[in-house]
Design a protein around this ligand. Sequence first.
Ligand code: ATP
Ligand code: MG
Length: 385
Amino acid sequence: MKSAIIIRYCEIHLKGKNRGYFEKMLKENIKNSLKEFDFTFTTMHSRYLIEDYNEFDYELIAEKLHKIAGVHTFSKALVVENDFDKIFDAVSFLCKDKEGTFKVITNRADKTFSPSSMETSMLIGGKLLSLYGDKISVDVKNPSFSVYIDIREDGKTFVYTDVIPCLSGMPVGSAGKGLLLISGGIDSPVAGYMTCKRGMKLNCLHFHSFPYTGEAAKEKVIDLTKKVGEYNGGINLFVVSFTHIQEAIHENCPEEFMITIMRRFMMRIAERLAKQQGDQAIITGESLGQVASQTIESITSSNSVVTMPVLRPLIAFDKLDIIDIAKKIDTYDTSILPYEDCCTVFLPKYPAIKPNLEKVIKAESKLDIEGLIEQAFKNVEKYTF
Ligand code: ATP
Ligand code: MG
C-alpha cells in the first residue's frame, strides 16, 4: 500500500479573485522547503498532494510542513484503488492499534463507485466493529477518532485517521518584505515568527557593541535568527556595530536619555537599511509598558525619526504569553542564555520613563547624527542562512 500526504490551507479560501496568487505562492514555498526530498507534487481541489516520497523521509517532511506559514493541516493517507475490499484493508490497517470511539466519514467524488458514501461509511464501520469490537465502538456525535475515506474520480482512494494541525497563517512573501530588529532577548524572535506567519518575508538586523558585547552574544543572535529563518524560507542577518554610537551618546547626552536616544539611532539605521533592500516595514519585539523604553512616550520618541511603518506584533501581549510562543518555536532556551545585549551596556540607573520629545531632540543635537550613522554603515556584516 502506498502512502501520500494531503496538505490543506485555510485562510486562502477567503480570498477572492487573487486566490490563485496565494495558492501559487504557498505551492512554491512548500516545494522549496522540501527541495532536499524526492516526491511528486500535485494540486487537487484546494489541497496539495505529496506522493512517491521515501517512507524514511516522512518524519522530516512532517517537521518541515509544521514550519510553513499557510499550511493549515496535513494528513498521512494510505492510497488504494477505488475498490471496497482494498479500502477496508487500508482502514483495518490504520485502525489496528486504535482504541475508543469512532465514526467513518466517506466522501465519494467518483459517483460510479458503489455503494454510496453513507452506505460505505456504515458497511466499513460494521466490518471494523466485527474486527476490533473489543477495543472500539461507534459514536457519531463525539468520536475519539474518525476514519476518513476519500474516493476520488481519478480512481484513487485516500484513507486516513489523523488531521494534524499546523501553523496556518499566510504564505511567506505574500505580504511584502520587512526588517526585523532582532536582539538576543525573548521578544524579538517571537515578533519575527508572528510576522512571517502572516506572510511577510523577513530580513534581520542586529546591533552589536563589540567589545562590550562578545562573540557569544553574537552567536546567540545567529542561532535565534536561524530559528526564525526556519519559518521564513531562509533568512539574511545584518550585524551593525553600534559601539561608537553608544559611546558618543554616553559622552555627550544626559544619562537618563541614553536608551531613548539609542533607540532613535536604531530606528534611523533600520529604516535606511530597509530602504536599501526594498523592505517595506520595520518589526520590533516591543510590548507596551514592558520596560522604560516601551512606554507610549518612549515609543513615540523612537517612532518619530522614521516614516516607514513600524510593526509591533507583541504590543498587547503579556510576557507570559510571549514566553509560551517562544517555547513553542524553540527560541526560549537560547534567548535566556545570559549574554549581554547592547541595550544593557551603559544602562542608566534611572532611565527616562516618559521622555519629553523636545528635551530628547535638544539633547541629541549635540551629536553628529549623520556622521555616526554613516560610520555604522561602513561596518555591516551580512550572513545568509
Ligand atoms: P527583546 O526580548 O526582543 O530583546 P526586550 O524586552 O529586551 O526585547 P528592549 O531591549 O527594549 O526589549 O528592545 C525592544 C526591541 O528593540 C526588541 O524587541 C528588538 O526588536 C529591538 N532591539 C533591542 N536591542 C536590539 C539589538 N541589539 N539589535 C537589534 N534590535 C534590538
Ligand atoms: Mg532586549
